[in-house]
Ligand binder design. Structure first.
Ligand code: NAD
Length: 469
């Protein structure tokens, strides 16, 4: 029997939920069961797989309230929990449209006239998904849906910090008979995660750099592909020509949405010297207009810091910055309210790259701003990081902003807005540097990652092979 794990409620600070990770034996059995189900799932064909996912969607709609309520308990925030559910359901529809088109197979002539190429694909049998706590539903399903449409069976292990949503989702899975043989969610922490990596044929991991390295090593030992989506320290660059109102609103949203607990949060802001003061003034004003969603869920826009360990990191980064000379314009502290941890939008100036807040992932609603004197220095500051997830550039013209974006070492650049990859899933992008590994989880490659290519090389005429001796 595995040891149970207590789950803390981010609003009350109390442990009010328990998960019981599966034993290694049970997990291995589950993986075998799903692998057995996969061959029928594949034979069904993509149109029937789309139907099954659409049935799942209908089941989810009937228990939507339970799902939202579980996500609220997991994360302490309401509107983003609703957004997660909407986005998850619309991704089922998006993939239902796209999947069949991507999976069309073709016959091709080759350079040899009597040989035809039939290019086919074979999905990996069992895909493992390991996900973090910051968007528990979205990040546990973002890879799973294209993998299912590709014809794989999928086993998902969400974070032990936000696992309450698993129950309603599994109820919906169990109500679709074909799905329950090829899709499951398991509860558990890193021990279960590590064991999962050993039992699947491909692993999609979203989480921290430290854990990502362990997963990559374990995947290499098992000789399976690993797709890693890790941390970030996204910069925003604001040029003198930028529309200040647009830039301050975009950057504020990009920094504080989900209380900054987002991999593609804007965590560093570089502003042209000539507009620096105005920018800071506007950003502070707009930051101060946002309220904590406390005591009620709908009292404001800023939810609690989800795990206590993140509150410790945010506090540590703030303290380090202030000790090294940073000036706090608003916010600036981690408060304990009603048992939960909270942090108001915080604007800092007089910051530099000796500070943790400019170099390490903070994952909080913190906006440190540095002035720059030349575009070259802004680009060099933006690239002074181990990460390369995404970035934002604000300028009067698209051409001006895109030209700067070309020099930033990151896989997705939002132009005149921030965090657009969270909204728009069509653009393929890689995570640069230590932000990840493997093909894009956005765009068509999100699905083709789960396919192995197989070529049938067909001799079409009964002639003697000219190369045979
Ligand atoms: P984490 O690395 O602590 O945990 C992520 C998951 O890995 C959890 O489910 C955990 O149980 C599991 N795990 C822990 N040890 C493991 C092991 N040895 N083997 C296998 N699995 C193991 O990360 P977190 O704190 O949950 O998430 C926050 C991090 O995730 C941040 O760094 C954030 O930037 C990153 N993130 C990245 C993206 C992206 O798309 N790039 C999206 C969201 C979050």
């Amino acid at each position: 029997m595995s040891k149970s794990i207590e789950v803390r409620n981010p609003r009350t600070g109390e442990s009010d939920y328990v998960i019981i990770p599966p034993s290694q034996y049970f997990l291995a059995q589950e993986c075998n069961r799903l692998r057995r189900g996969q061959s029928l799932w594949l034979q069904l064909g993509v149109e029937k797989r789309v139907e099954a996912l659409q049935q799942w969607k209908q089941e989810i709609l009937t228990l939507r309230d339970k799902l939202v309520s579980a996500l609220v308990d997991d994360t302490g925030r309401l509107s983003i929990s609703n957004l997660e559910v909407d986005s998850f359901l619309s991704s089922i529809d998006r993939w239902s449209q796209l999947g069949p088109k991507i999976l069309q197979e073709t016959l091709k002539d080759t350079s040899i006239p009597f040989i035809q190429l039939q290019q086919t694909t074979v999905p990996y049998q069992l895909v493992g998904v390991i996900s973090p706590w910051n968007f528990p539903l979205l990040l546990s399903t973002i890879d799973a849906i294209p993998a299912l449409l590709a014809g794989c069976a999928v086993i998902i292990k969400p974070s032990e910090i936000a696992p309450r949503f698993i129950k309603p989702l599994m109820t919906a899975v169990n109500n679709v008979s074909i799905l329950k043989d090829i899709l499951t969610f398991v509860e558990g922490d890193g021990v279960t995660g590590a064991f999962l990596v050993e039992n699947v044929d491909l692993i999609c991991f979203t989480g921290s750099l430290g854990t990502g390295k362990k997963v990559a090593q374990a995947a290499a030992t098992s000789f399976i592909p690993a797709f890693l989506e890790l941390g970030g320290k996204d910069p925003a660059i604001v040029l003198p020509s930028a529309n200040l109102d647009l830039a301050t609103s975009g950057i504020l949203w990009g920094s504080v949405v989900n209380t900054g607990q987002s991999c593609l949060s804007i965590e560093r802001i570089y502003v042209a010297e000539s507009i620096f003061e105005q920018f800071v003034k506007q950003l502070v004003q707009k930051s101060q207009s946002l309220q904590l969603a406390y005591p009620d869920l709908e009292s404001g826009e800023i939810g609690p810091i989800i795990p206590s360990r993140q509150a410790v990191i945010i506090q540590e980064h703030l303290q380090d910055a202030v000790e090294k000379g940073a000036v706090v314009h608003c916010g600036g502290e981690v408060e304990k309210l009603g048992g939960g941890w909270w942090c108001r939008p915080t604007v800092l100036t007089e910051v530099n790259h000796t500070m943790k807040v400019m170099t390490e992932e903070t994952f909080g609603p913190i906006m440190p701003i540095m002035p720059f004197s030349s575009v070259e220095s802004a680009i060099s500051l933006a690239n002074d990081t181990i990460y390369g997830l995404s970035a934002a550039v604000f300028a009067e013209t698209q051409a001006e902003a895109i030209e700067i974006g070309r020099h930033i070492d990151a896989g997705a650049i939002s132009i005149n807005d921030a965090g657009l990859t969270a909204m728009m899933h069509e653009g393929e992008k890689n995570a640069f540097k230590l932000s990840g590994l493997g093909d894009s989880r956005m765009g068509p490659s999100s699905l083709t990652r789960f396919l192995r290519k197989k070529a049938f090389l067909v001799k079409t005429k009964s002639i003697h092979d000219p190369w045979w001796f």
